[in-house]
Design a protein around this ligand. Structure first.
Ligand code: GLN
Length: 485
């Protein structure tokens, strides 16, 4: 077994036993990145020197008995999280040369726990997209099939974990951007409850929907990282003061007495039959493990895509107003006036998809249209939340597909934004309702593409999702497959 194939828990054990140092582990990942990343295109920035320095420090700390929960563990960061003195592009020309002077709270927590930051990974520009193809600095490949998308917007996070270029990664999820690429790349991804993880230092896309969360190769690894990043932060007023449970504590408990709901609206036309088969198999497996399966209804599911794209775009149009070329990032030079500088900078600096969202959002918020679009969408959002509240009165968690289909070919659908928006239908409602959602590898299609199983739970029930996910993972025992990189 290669060092980079170790799980987080295995690596910690070996380091604790004195059989492995963080420097050795970090080197094995850096060498792996150097050897294969030209095929995967997961990394925008690799911080070799910084990572080795942090690894040396972690080894020193361990010797002195200062052993954090991630002591010596190499991770990657989606390139919209601020890490001090490390370039942060958000996948956009607009921030091509931006170097943040501070750490995001999650980055600080990872560092304080002894984690090693390997670098920053590719993503859709400003996290808008479902394939990472709008990234200006490389488009990640699906590690299981050349020429297929890794998903998005945290495509680099998922691809870097799946291709063993890091132990775990942090991504962000506004409408599915952790769970969808996790599903498409065959890794575990958790989108926590809104307010569970601080967003200080996360580049805002849609502030009422954005959450940061971990991606990893096993459920236990995901729970370990989640434990480190969760919790209240006085720098983020939307983070919630609530105790953080030990997410690893209840993993091995059985599922007796648990009720899992199957939302019938998620199993309609457009759902690929191979995806459906993987989910049905997972449902069968969990039933055998003692869970009771009940059908439930989320009647407002059909409105989710419209509501999400109005709300997310409206918030994006406001959040992205700050990129004007005046203080940092890209600026069009040699313009005649301040207004022209703003206009040219924004026209040239942003890509097509981002500009489309800014236009949709500006329209939806403008006077005369606000009531019909933004306000109406906000009202329907409450109905969607109520659907979930009702569902969780009769079950502990929901099980469903993450996406209606497995990964598709790169370049497909790039001229049809609506088709891509529609593929988000099964993930965006969790963001609208603020509830946690998770993707766990469930199987593969005939073509060898991974398919994830989605679990969604009531607010702050991440521990339940980890427990169900762990049971599923253990029961399925998916065998490692050869990567196509
Ligand atoms: N695919 C969705 C979008 O394009 C979700 C993105 C995300 O979660 N960041 O908006």
């Amino acid at each position: 077994m290669k060092l980079y194939e170790l799980s987080l828990s295995e690596a910690l054990e070996k380091m604790a036993a004195g059989e492995l140092t963080s420097v050795e582990l970090t080197r094995s990942y850096l060498d792996r990145i150097e050897a294969i990343d030209q095929n995967v295109s997961a990394f925008i920035t690799v911080d070799r020197e910084g990572a080795l320095g942090q690894a040396e420090q972690a080894d020193k700390n361990r010797k002195q008995g200062k052993v954090g929960e991630l002591c010596g563990i190499p991770v990657s960061l989606k390139d919209l999280l601020c890490a001090k003195n490390l370039k942060m592009t958000c996948g956009s020309r607009m921030l091509e040369n931006f170097i943040p002077p501070y750490d995001a709270t999650v980055v600080r927590k990872i560092k304080e726990a002894g984690g090693v930051i390997l670098g920053k990974v590719t993503m859709d520009e400003f996290a808008m997209g479902s394939t990472s193809e709008t990234c200006c600095f490389g488009v990640p490949q699906n590690p299981y099939k050349k020429g297929y998308v890794a998903g998005g917007s945290s495509g680099g996070s998922a691809a870097s974990v799946a291709s063993f270029e890091c132990v775990a990664s942090l991504g962000s999820d506004t409408g599915g951007s952790i769970r969808q690429p996790a599903s498409l790349c065959g890794v575990v991804g958790m989108k926590p409850t809104y307010g569970r993880v601080s967003r200080f230092g996360l580049t805002a896309f849609a502030s009422s929907l954005d959450q940061i969360g971990p991606l990893s190769r096993t459920v236990e690894d995901c729970a370990r990282v989640m434990k480190v990043i969760a919790g209240h932060d006085f720098m983020d007023s939307t983070s919630v003061k609530r105790e953080v449970p030990d997410y690893t504590a209840s993993l091995t408990a059985g599922l007796e007495g648990m009720k899992l709901g199957v939302p019938k609206e998620y199993f309609t036309e457009g759902l690929d039959s191979e995806v459906e088969a993987v989910i049905n198999n997972a449902i069968g497996v969990l039933k055998e493990k003692g869970a009771e399966i009940v059908e439930i209804s989320l009647p407002h599911t059909e409105y989710c895509v419209a509501v999400y794209y109005l709300i997310a775009s409206s918030e994006a149009s406001s959040n992205l107003a700050r990129y004007d070329g005046a203080l940092y990032g890209y600026r069009k030079e040699n313009t005649q006036s301040l207004l022209e500088m703003y206009k040219e900078t924004r026209s040239l600096g942003f890509g097509e998809e981002v500009k489309r969202r800014i236009l949709i959002g500006t329209y939806a918020l403008s006077s005369g249209y606000y009531d019909a679009y933004y306000k109406k969408a906000s009202q329907v959002r409450t109905l969607i939340l109520n659907d979930f509240k009702k569902a969780f009165e009769s079950c502990d968690a929901l099980i469903s597909p993450v996406t209606p289909m497995a990964a598709w070919k790169m370049g497909e659908n790039t001229d049809d934004p609506l088709a891509v928006y529609m593929s988000d239908i099964l993930t965006i409602s969790a963001n609208l309702a603020g509830i946690p959602g998770m993707s766990i590898p469930g199987g593969f299609t005939q073509a060898g593409l991974p398919v994830g199983v989605q679990l969604q739970g009531a607010h702050f029930t991440e521990d339940k999702l980890f427990k169900i996910g762990f049971n599923l993972e253990q029961a399925l025992q998916l065998q490692p497959r050869k990567l196509d990189i």
